[in-house]
Design a protein around this ligand. Structure first.
Ligand SMILES: Cc1cc2nc3c(=O)[nH]c(=O)nc-3n(C[C@H](O)[C@H](O)[C@H](O)COP(=O)(O)OP(=O)(O)OC[C@H]3O[C@@H](n4cnc5c(N)ncnc54)[C@H](O)[C@@H]3O)c2cc1C
Length: 256
């Protein structure tokens, strides 16, 4: 359990902000790169400080939930977008989706000096060494993880990347991925589709390379489950070559 504070809040585009967290306790973080995930703790509205769990074994969640709401922090899953050991800072990129959702609202207004905590959950991107190309697919919630994966990837990576974002103004123009990586930006631009639908339909229609692949897909739960079904049933991809993660569910708040 690592307690930090907000150092900066940098708005990136209409639907993304980067909250930079820092503090001496980051020396205890074991950086793994790729899609390294943390449980992020932050205070509820009106709470004076942050009460981090003291347990670092599987009992921490029970410890959080047993506290009365007046003392219990919010806890949500986020990805370490960047780690700078030289300044003891991590960046977390939030897809903003409205003031009614705790993490999205917190990230929108987080200001320097506010407390926040993290608990390392490790990585899920574990490609086999003999995959000749990778398929990376995500909606806006998985964009930070996919960009972090590309930052950690070897220069030899060959990948087809499908990134769905709410609007064209959310497309990143400052990326320098490996030469063999093709990024397909998929802005919804008010077309009325639910998050993940555009990415799923686009990959279904896409002409993809041959050879053994490794797929990593995350986002609203219908995207990873739908894409896995398509790859297995329609393209004959072995189930073991697909890593798929429901990052959130439409109409359901994350527990904690
Ligand atoms: C391993 C992992 C890593 C993740 N990394 C990141 C990350 O780096 N950046 C990031 O932005 N998200 C990330 N997510 C997704 C994030 O944890 C969820 O979106 C989370 O539900 C946000 O919490 P909240 O308090 O804002 O909304 P909640 O209280 O959980 O949900 C409130 C409402 O908002 C809806 N909702 C939740 N998320 C979204 C969304 N993205 N878009 C539209 N509606 C939504 C829910 O369906 C619900 O109706 C990650 C999830 C996992 C499992």
């Amino acid at each position: 359990m690592i307690t930090l504070e907000v150092v900066r809040n940098t708005r990136l585009s209409p639907h993304f902000t980067t909250v930079t967290l820092g503090g001496p306790e980051l020396e205890r973080l074991c950086p793994m790169g790729f899609d390294q995930t943390v449980r992020l703790f932050f205070p509820r509205e009106g709470q004076a400080g942050l009460r981090m769990p003291t347990l670092s074994n599987e009992g921490w969640m029970a410890q959080v939930l047993l506290q009365p709401k007046s003392r219990r922090p919010w806890v949500r899953n986020y990805t370490i977008r960047r780690f700078r050991p030289e300044t003891n800072e991590v960046d977390i990129e939030f897809a903003l989706h409205g003031e009614a959702s705790p993490a999205s609202a917190w990230a929108t207004r987080a200001t320097p000096g506010e407390p926040a905590g993290i608990f390392d959950m490790g990585i899920s991107y574990l490609p086999p060494s003999d995959a000749s190309w990778h398929l990376l697919v995500g909606d806006e919630s998985a964009l930070p993880a996919i960009l972090a994966i590309l930052d950690s990837a070897p220069a030899s990576l060959v990948a087809e990347v499908f990134l769905e974002v709410p609007e064209s103004a959310d497309i990143r123009t400052d990326l320098t991925p490996p030469r063999g990586v093709r990024i397909h930006w998929l802005p919804r631009d008010g077309a009325g589709a639910a998050p993940g639908e555009l990415a799923l339909e686009t990959v279904k229609q896409a002409s993809l390379p041959g050879g053994r692949s490794y797929t990593w897909v995350a986002g609203e739960s219908r995207l990873p489950t739908g894409l896995r079904r398509h790859l297995v049933n329609d393209r004959g991809t072995p189930k073991g070559d697909i890593a798929f993660f429901g990052y959130w569910r439409r109409g359901r708040a994350s527990p904690g």
